[in-house]
Design a protein around this ligand. Structure first.
Ligand code: ADP
Ligand code: MG
Length: 375
């Protein structure tokens, strides 16, 4: 349905979109999730033919958006981040004009406009000038423009920005309705929003696709391995020493707990391991009191933070590149290690981002580069 191949957009030396590659299937609600500046709007502008790419291509139902724009654009309705509305037109005039541009046959225009006006609930303000509308209403008019003619693909860039909570609920409901007969792609920097409405999430960070899957699978990928937090009445050095003797640990980080003579450790278990009992026994054997022990499941928030804030892509995500059509496309290319992995998560996090490369242990022993840049 939509194929994005090796898409690159450079602004001067700045890579706003960095080799994006994905396929979107019909009938789903996709969420582009990423912090501000991640490249979501740029990608959407290219996908909809508003902006040329530096490299790569976008195919809409097999039609190249740049080479056959008319054919490709027929399938798309777009709500840009700043909807281009004519301030001196009334809502109805504006939508009529949009219907004309979309080549909706003259005889059907009025009916089509009325239908979307009802759908996004702007019928009661149809004779008001756009410039006199609130942000929420303008957003709805923008949305009405996008869905006018009911194109197969509806692309919405941050559809709920600037709306009040009630309007946000309404717009989400509308998106769900639309999704029944359409493919919807929306972008957001808000995780909760994407999780709530989308059945597939593409996480974009610094122009790159760092993960894509269902919300459940994204959680599972890290969530399979539980994180255990302990507090130990011992020095950090001794705690580290003891932890090294315990099998089944993927990664540890030991730091001060804030309480004198007590060290705190965060331990990531290897998949399928349960080391809690062994932790308890081993520390007891060494006569070191374990003061607290708790297990924490990884949430989608953790996944998002991990993928978009660190310079690092965790092992679980790094192993493969994702294709949203479901198939694994290629192995991530590995480059020689820049730095030896360590187990000093806490120390690393306090330093420059580059130091955070040490966060994830190298489990396959190949000394792979941990930088997201290699995905
Ligand atoms: P998002 O929508 O995810 O917030 P954008 O696609 O708007 O991100 O921007 C991606 C990056 O490209 C940002 O660093 C932004 O500053 C830069 N950028 C966007 N548009 C332009 C432009 N016209 N000229 C120069 N840089 C731009
Ligand atoms: Mg944006």
């Amino acid at each position: 349905m939509i194929e994005v191949r090796n898409l690159v957009k450079k602004y001067g030396n700045h890579l706003a979109v960095d080799h994006l590659d994905f396929t979107l299937e019909a009938g789903r609600i996709y969420g582009f999730l990423g912090p501000n500046g991640a490249g979501k709007s740029t990608t959407m502008n290219i996908m909809t033919g508003y902006l040329g790419a530096t490299e790569g291509e976008v195919l809409i139902d097999g039609h190249d958006i740049l080479k056959e724009p008319e054919e490709a654009k027929k399938h798309i309705g777009y709500l840009p981040e700043q909807p281009p509305l004519y301030m001196d037109m009334t809502v109805r005039e504006c939508l009529r004009f949009a219907a004309e541009l979309k080549k909706i046959p003259r005889a059907k225009r009025e009916e089509a406009v009325t239908e979307v006006e009802k759908m996004v609930r702007v019928k009661d303000v149809e004779n008001r000038l756009i410039k006199n509308l609130s942000k929420g209403y303008r957003q709805r008019v923008g949305l009405a423009q996008a869905v006018l003619g009911f194109p197969e693909i509806i692309i919405l860039d941050e559809p709920s920005v600037g709306l009040d909570p009630k309007q946000i609920v309404e717009i989400r409901e509308l998106i769900r309705q639309l999704a029944k007969g359409h493919t919807v792609i929306l972008s957001s920097h808000i995780l909760a929003e994407v999780r709530e409405v989308c059945d597939y999430i593409l996480i974009i960070s610094k122009g790159k696709l760092v993960a894509s899957d269902t919300p459940e699978n994204l959680e599972k990928m890290l969530g399979d391995a539980d994180t255990i937090e302990i507090e130990v009445k011992a020095s950090q050095a001794l705690t580290k020493e003891i932890l090294k003797t315990i099998p089944g640990i993927e990664q540890t980080s030991v730091k001060a707990s804030g309480e004198e003579g007590v060290a705190a450790a965060v331990i990531r278990e290897k998949k399928g391991e349960d080391i809690r009992e062994n932790l308890f026994r081993t520390f007891a054997e060494k006569n070191v009191p374990l003061l607290t022990l708790q297990t924490r499941r990884v949430s989608l928030e953790d996944v998002f933070m991990e993928l978009t804030q660190n310079e690092t892509v965790p092992e679980a995500f790094r192993r493969k590149r994702f294709d949203t059509a479901g198939a694994e496309t290629a192995e991530a290319t590995a480059e020689p290690a820049a730095a030896e992995p360590e187990d000093e998560t806490a120390a690393a996090e306090e330093q420059a981002p580059a130091a955070a490369e040490a966060v994830w242990n190298d489990t396959d022993g190949e000394g792979d580069e941990k930088n997201a840049g290699d995905l």
